[in-house]
Design a protein around this ligand. Structure first.
Ligand code: NAI
Ligand code: MG
Length: 364
């Protein structure tokens, strides 16, 4: 039986997180009502303001409090006056690791009515599957002789057979459901221990999936290919660092970093998963009411799919796609709509039944 009630923890966080989060929540509530379920939102006022008061990003028992929910909906964290490693390692990374959210799924598409900054690129539809809890983002290492001429820093990457195998399985399975083409981002010519290990495991794991063909591509060449011929890429599997960079690159090619979503998944659903836009707190535009809420809304679509509410997910997705197709766009996409104007237009479509004429692009 599909549940009709969910509890979601909300961490709106900093900067434009405070603006795009309420926009997305209103739309989710509207589609939930249309599709017969309700969401209880548990607001968690954690982030940089919390840090200024308590000297930590979230309470000591923050992880424990989140563990009883069905998912975590995150805006963005980061403030100009606090070191980025404090905000990242104090909130996001502990959540990803404690809840074993080892897959970071980042779909990218050119949405209707959006123009790519790349000349002649009209279509783009790919997914980056990023390893999310090990790899280059590790605590192994240290600094010696601080402040002296001899100062040095060492940071070790950590690649485990378990970690690489599970991300390879996830990506190969996804590739099998799409075109069968799986690109593995590597750098085994320069990084001679971890990357050949990555290559071997990805290759043997993907071989278990009939119809899936792995192409290993060096990360530098892949970056160029994502600009020159991104249509030639469908599913990419990448380590934590490579996946982070490639997904921002792909989001840029699709028109704006403001539209791209990201799901931090615990695929076994033993722990809650976390859904967030790819973008950060954007201090340069925070407080102006002009942020694009599509990244947050698309993250909500991924959350609804994960909760087992695909009809509501498609409804919300269609609602922002038809809004964009109707020419209603925020400034980052070359439009003039404010966050509120754009959100209201999406909300109107969320409040209409899914197949209503108001959802058709031509009648929008
Ligand atoms: P950013 O993504 O916040 O902003 C980059 C550029 O894109 C800015 O010019 C911004 O105005 C624009 N932009 C981003 N989202 C937009 C939206 N929804 N609508 C319109 N324009 C948008 O990245 P930046 O500037 O490197 O980082 C700012 C802060 O955010 C830092 O403290 C950083 O650590 C943090 N950050 C947090 C992330 C998270 O919470 N997951 C992810 C990335 C950065
Ligand atoms: Mg990033």
């Amino acid at each position: 039986m599909i549940p009709n009630r969910y509890t979601i923890d909300v961490i709106a966080g900093d900067g434009i997180g405070q603006e795009v989060m309420p926009a997305a929540i209103r739309c989710v509530d509207a589609v939930a009502a249309q599709h017969g379920f309700t969401i209880t939102w548990r607001e968690r006022p954690w982030g940089s303001d919390y840090y200024r008061e308590h000297n930590r990003m979230m309470p000591v028992d923050g992880i424990e409090r989140l563990s009883s929910g069905d998912g975590i909906f995150l805006g963005a964290v980061g403030a100009p006056d606090i070191a980025d490693e404090v905000t990242l390692w104090g909130l996001l990374i502990p959540i990803r690791r404690e809840f074993f959210q080892y897959i970071n799924l980042r779909p990218i598409r050119i949405l209707p009515g959006v123009t790519s900054p790349l000349r002649d690129l009209n279509e783009l539809d790919l997914v980056v599957v990023r390893e999310n809890i090990e790899g280059e983002y590790s605590e192994a290492g240290g600094r010696l002789y601080r402040g002296r001429a001899e100062e040095m820093a060492v940071q070790e990457s950590v690649f485990t057979r378990t970690g690489v195998t599970r991300v390879a399985h996830y990506a190969a399975n996804l590739a099998q459901q799409r075109t069968g083409a799986l690109v593995s981002a590597t750098k085994s010519n320069g990084i001679i221990h971890t990357m050949p290990f990555w290559d071997e495991i990805v290759e043997t794991t993907a071989a278990e999936y009939p119809g899936v063909k792995v192409e290993k591509v060096l990360i530098d060449a892949l970056a160029a290919r994502m600009v020159l011929k991104p249509q030639s890429v469908d599913v990419v599997v990448a380590s934590n660092l490579f996946g982070d960079i490639l997904s921002d690159l792909a989001a840029g090619a699709a028109g704006s970093i403001g539209i791209a979503p990201s799901a931090n998944l615990n695929p076994e659903k033993i722990h809650p998963s976390m859904f967030e836009p790819v973008h950060g707190s954007a201090p340069d535009i925070a407080g102006k009411g002009i942020a694009n809420p599509v990244g947050q809304m698309w993250a909500a679509v991924m959350m609804l799919d994960h909760l087992g509410q695909p009809a509501a997910a498609r409804h919300l997705e269609k609602a922002f796609e038809t809004t964009l197709a109707a020419g209603i766009r925020t400034g980052d996409l070359g439009g003039t709509a404010t966050t509120e104007e754009f959100t209201q237009a999406v909300l109107d479509r969320c409040n209409a039944p899914l197949n209503a004429r108001s959802l058709e692009p031509n009648n929008a």
